[in-house]
Design a protein around this ligand. Structure first.
Ligand code: COI
Length: 355
């Protein structure tokens, strides 16, 4: 792919790598590409990061025809930079776009765009432990028209943000509230896609959880509000009596997480039985009271592996592993981050070197 380059005059000052937080700083450049029926994907370019201008009637602003992805570039100890399973993100975005009637970005264009931008911005890949360069590719409808329809014009953008930990807690356990009223997804809907609309609809649950002193919301299935599915910003796994449980992705209501998939591979490799099965919230709480719920952890690109120390469902609250990070959670975190930052051999062939 030919990528045109538009240089900026002044480069920004880099933030303090110790105070990054998540998604607050953006690099000097971004990648852009347009789609229309005649030319399909065309005019790939790396341009100065900055505001973009659109018609107030553009479709995404009214009907939310938008999808996005999240992945990271990691700096290894030898200074090289690598990505983690970028093709999985590319394919997931294709599935999201298909559901939202948006043009698919070819896998090679998606990966090459990211590699080119990350290479250009390599000085923005932070060097401290637990820091990385978060990559946010997204596609949205740019056509100006108010009828509800499949738009005729789209843009693919990639922006970059140097980040630390997603949660202020770091690797300390977070508190999660199970939402029993609002729902996130139903079969036949868009739950399996990474579209902005899913997240817009989830904010009310997040606000409710925060008001009660919890960090995140855990969604139940939309049809019966019985079975646990996923958390606001990550998938979730439970260790119950030595076995692992996580919600199935084959019904189209749960996001097929890249970290989720990687953890399932590693856990099976270690000999764990992983049940991708429905789990009732009330059973989960009972296991908690009976001492059978040994560990709970979230999995996500932004959240990495995030231990959960407290769960609330209706008036019931359980504490998991005395609010301490469990042994398995820690081992998974060390293994995943070891592969991502190149401290451990990548026996699964998941990493892709950029430069
Ligand atoms: C990610 O883990 O990359 C996400 O997109 C989750 C979130 C920040 C919305």
């Amino acid at each position: 792919m030919d990528i045109r380059f538009v240089e900026r005059k002044d480069l920004k000052e880099k933030p303090d790598w110790n105070k990054l937080g998540f998604g607050k700083y953006f690099t000097d450049y971004m990648f852009e590409m347009d789609w229309d029926r005649e030319h399909e994907w065309h005019d790939a370019r790396i341009v100065p990061y900055g505001p973009i201008q659109f018609d107030p009637a553009c479709v995404v602003l009214h009907y939310a025809q938008e999808t996005f992805e999240g992945l990271k570039a990691y700096r290894r100890e030898d200074g090289k930079i690598q990505l983690f399973r970028p093709e999985m993100n590319a394919k997931r975005m294709q599935n999201s776009n298909e559901r939202l009637c948006m043009p698919k970005v070819p896998v090679d264009i998606f990966v090459d765009a990211i590699k080119a931008l990350v290479e250009k911005e390599k000085d923005w890949v932070p060097t401290l432990p637990n820091t990385s360069l978060y990559i946010r590719p997204f596609v949205f409808a740019t056509e100006a028209a108010l009828g509800v329809h499949m738009a005729t014009n789209y843009r693919f953008l990639v922006i970059l943000s140097p980040v630390g930990m997603y949660y202020a807690e770091g690797l300390n356990p977070v508190k999660i509230m199970i939402e029993d009223e609002l729902v996130r997804a139903v079969q036949g809907g868009t739950g399996f896609t990474k579209c902005g609309g899913n997240y817009a609809g989830s904010i009310a649950g997040q606000v409710k959880a925060e008001k009660e002193g919890y960090d995140q919301v855990l969604w139940l299935d939309g049809a019966t509000r019985t079975y646990v599915e996923e958390v606001g910003s990550m998938n979730i796994m439970f260790k119950i009596d030595g076995e692992i449980y996580t919600a199935p992705i084959n019904e189209g209501t749960v996001l097929p997480g890249v970290t989720r998939d990687s953890m399932i591979h590693i856990l099976k490799d270690w000999g764990y039985k992983v049940n991708e099965a429905h789990l009732k919230a009330e059973d989960l709480m009972r296991y908690g009271h009976e001492g059978k719920l040994e560990e709970v952890f979230g999995t996500g690109t932004a959240a990495v592996i995030s231990p959960v120390g407290k769960l609330k469902f209706k008036d019931d609250v359980i504490t998991i592993n005395d609010m301490k990070t469990g042994e398995l959670t820690q081992k998974l975190y060390d293994t995943l981050t070891g592969i991502q930052w190149g401290r451990l051999p990548d026996k699964y062939g998941w990493t892709v070197e950029v430069c």
